[in-house]
Design a protein around this ligand. Structure first.
Ligand SMILES: NC(=O)c1ccc[n+]([C@@H]2O[C@H](COP(=O)([O-])OP(=O)(O)OC[C@H]3O[C@@H](n4cnc5c(N)ncnc54)[C@H](OP(=O)(O)O)[C@@H]3O)[C@@H](O)[C@H]2O)c1
Length: 340
């Protein structure tokens, strides 16, 4: 016996990847429903070699369904996730709505799988922000060995992190630059994204940081350890899929770069590609469609007593969203629901 699964936001970037990953990982599915807004009622989406027809979230009855993987924005999540949870269907949510609620577990299965049992509090589990998810997979095993004091991270985030409209804007602007009869004004992004980089993701906070930067700080503390200090600069770059991060880590104890490399090689979810030669590292174009978080450029930071630098790249639609959500569903199945 398998699960009855609902994918909410099935026509979006993350929802489509959820369907792909559920099929690729042969998640034990008895029945699956693909939901979106009324606008895309009847749109066809792929689930392995099957085609599903999307249904309207607004009229869907969640009673009798085991889990709902939500990938719609916070506004629609606020309206519909509580209904699903109240109907006995466990919600695994990709929006930021519930991440900071102390009663709701925020889970990266490689880091804090034990938090799964807190799903009972509200029948809701939160999935972290894409830039946080890939970073904590690398931080956790290093923290367990040498205790992290502080992290300084700069991100290079792809446009797919801003949904399908973000990808369209990069595509249309790029074409318009080569065909100057049309002009594509910035809409999804604050400035032109084609052939440019933008040091703003999400809105500004009172202290001058952006909400994306704040999310990395708060979510790392909730998932790994509240004592870790994080300072982040998040930047949007004209890459379609794959977020990159330059991470500087300061530890309590000394950690040699070779030992750090060995620890990361053994860590779940990580692939180390780190040759000190031209091209001996991973760039975002190579990680798209992959499950792993890739770590390269591991090296001592000799400007501080106990420091390591590394380069971290992952498919933001996968580890940053859909894959992590499916891993949570697998964890919930394995530890709690025990079907399949
Ligand atoms: N992209 C990432 O890297 C990433 C990472 C982590 C978390 N997330 C989060 O995941 C969520 C989805 O992101 P995305 O990138 O997949 O966005 P997207 O490509 O813009 O897709 C949005 C999806 O939500 C549906 N939707 C929107 N409003 C709805 C409503 N009122 N009722 C029903 N369905 C509605 C859309 O359906 P229609 O096609 O019918 O409009 C579509 O399926 C967001 O909360 C985002 O913050 C994204």
């Amino acid at each position: 016996m398998g699960y009855r699964i609902v994918v909410v936001g099935a026509t979006g970037n993350v929802g489509r990847e959820m369907l792909n990953i559920l099929a690729e990982r042969q998640f034990p599915v008895d029945e699956i429903a693909a939901l979106a807004s009324r606008r895309s009622l009847g749109t066809e989406v792929s689930f392995g070699d099957k085609t599903l027809t999307t249904q309207d979230l607004d009229t869907f009855d969640f009673a009798g369904w085991d889990m709902a993987l939500f990938a719609v924005g916070s506004a629609a999540t606020k309206d519909y996730a509580p209904k699903a949870a109240a109907a006995g269907c466990v919600v695994i949510d990709n929006s930021s709505l519930y991440r900071y609620d102390p009663d709701i577990p925020l889970i990266v299965p490689e880091c804090n799988p034990e938090a799964i049992h807190d799903y009972k509090n509200k029948n809701i589990i939160a999935n972290p922000n894409c830039s946080t998810a890939q970073m904590v997979v690398a931080l956790k095993p290093l923290h367990d060995r040498a205790k992290i004091k502080r992290v300084v991270v700069s991100t290079y985030q792809s446009v797919s992190g801003a949904g399908k409209d973000g990808m369209d804007e990069l595509w249309d602007q790029t074409k318009a630059i080569y065909n100057p009869t049309t002009e594509v004004e910035p809409k999804k992004f604050q400035k032109q994204i084609a052939f440019n980089v933008i040091p703003q993701i999400d809105v500004f906070m009172e202290d001058g940081s952006t909400k994306e930067e704040w999310k990395m700080v708060v979510e790392t503390k909730k998932i790994v350890d509240p004592s870790i200090k994080v300072t982040a600069t998040c930047v949007r770059v004209p890459v379609f899929v794959g977020h990159s991060e330059a991470v500087n880590i300061e530890f309590e104890e000394f950690l040699d770069e070779d030992e750090a490399r060995d620890i990361l090689r053994e860590a779940p979810g990580i692939m180390v590609i780190d040759k000190r030669e031209a091209g001996g590292y991973v760039s975002p174009i190579e990680c798209a469609g992959d499950f792993a978080t890739f770590i390269s450029r591991i090296r001592q930071d000799s400007t501080i007593e106990n420091g390591i630098n590394l380069w971290c790249v992952s498919d933001n639609l996968r580890k940053g969203a859909a894959l992590n959500a499916v891993q949570i569903a697998e964890l919930l199945g394995r530890e709690v629901l025990k079907k399949g």
